[in-house]
Design a protein around this ligand. Structure first.
Ligand code: UTP
Length: 297
């Protein structure tokens, strides 16, 4: 079985829906509970056994690179001060991962960002994880592991994670038309980027994780600007489907949640979700919210 070792995290977007917060700092570095969003994602990749991580980055995104450096000076300082608990907050620095960075020359859409990974990927299949979406999982098999297993079994051109969304939300996501096969696997028939409710081929949305063979690059090259004038990854995948490439979908399990920080509403929700789970302060946050709600009544 071919192991998948390389992952790509696109983080070059402008994050315009979160202005002014994102004017000079990356949205991917916004705190989600105690960690920046992108650290949750990198930890998910590490747990799933991916070792080489390429960030597609841009100006104003330097703090992402800094975050994953090993800061020996800070570690020594904390050690000398006897702050062991603070030191353990830096354990992520020691994850057995190799980080690579390349710049998206101009912010031209997610498809264009993924296309920047071509030289890094060479002939291997690879994973793409969006830099602003966290998958929280208590499933015994991580989502990425289920995706790689299906990939190994079916040998398709790509595998995507999907989840059901309410009909009124289909215009926010890439929406896919799925067909259940006899063995229970979900074959992807068609996909549309951010369709209006009447154009949507169902209510399964792509859930921020993709597994591709390098064949995707040939189709990204040919993809013209689509929704929002951007080169859309969904359009390149749809072109592959039209050319009879096989693709499969892995649905998120009940114990899995996709948290997104792309808009203030979703960011506030995501932050609260993690703050409420905090081992030290979650209870206090819950109490505070309760008080605020009670006052409102
Ligand atoms: P989004 O489309 O949600 O992010 O991309 P955005 O473009 O930054 O957001 P808005 O619309 O301006 O608010 C999902 C992920 O893909 C990256 C983003 O950084 C984000 O992590 N991305 C997007 C790129 O790397 N390059 C792009 O051209 C677009």
């Amino acid at each position: 079985m071919q192991t998948i070792n390389k992952a790509v995290i696109p983080v070059a977007g402008l994050g315009t829906r979160l202005l002014p917060v994102t004017k000079s700092q990356p949205k991917e570095m916004l705190p989600v509970g105690r960690k920046p969003c992108v650290q949750h994602i990198v930890e998910e990749l590490a747990v799933s056994g991916l070792g080489d991580i390429l960030f597609i980055t841009g100006d104003k995104k330097r703090s992402i690179e800094n975050h994953f450096d090993v800061d020996r000076r800070l570690q020594n300082l904390l050690q000398k001060a006897g702050k062991q608990d603070r030191l353990s907050d830096l354990e992520f620095e020691e994850m057995d991962l190799n980080f690579f960075y390349t710049r998206q020359k101009r912010v031209a859409g997610l498809g264009d960002a993924v296309n920047c990974a071509e030289g890094f990927i060479e002939e291997e299949p690879f994973l793409v994880a969006l830099g602003d979406a966290i998958i929280e999982s208590n499933h015994q098999q991580p989502l990425i592991k289920r995706m790689t297993d299906l990939f190994a079994e079916k040998n398709p051109a790509f595998v995507i994670a999907v989840r059901e969304v309410p009909a009124e939300d289909v215009s926010k996501y890439g929406i896919v038309d799925l067909k259940e096969e006899e063995d229970g696997n979900l074959r992807v028939r068609r996909m549309v980027e951010k369709p209006s409710p009447h154009e949507a081929p169902g209510n399964f949305a792509i859930a921020a994780r993709y597994l591709f063979t390098p064949e995707i690059f040939e189709f990204l090259e040919k993809t013209l600007p689509g929704k929002g004038g951007e080169i859309q990854l969904t359009d390149a995948m749809q072109m592959m489907l039209k050319h009879d490439f096989e693709a499969y979908a892995v649905p998120l399990a009940e114990q899995e949640l996709r948290h997104d920080i792309g808009t203030f509403e979703s960011y506030f929700r995501t932050f609260l979700h993690y703050a409420l789970q905090d081992k030290e302060y979650g209870y206090r946050v819950r109490q505070y919210l309760q008080e605020v709600m009670d006052e409102g009544n």
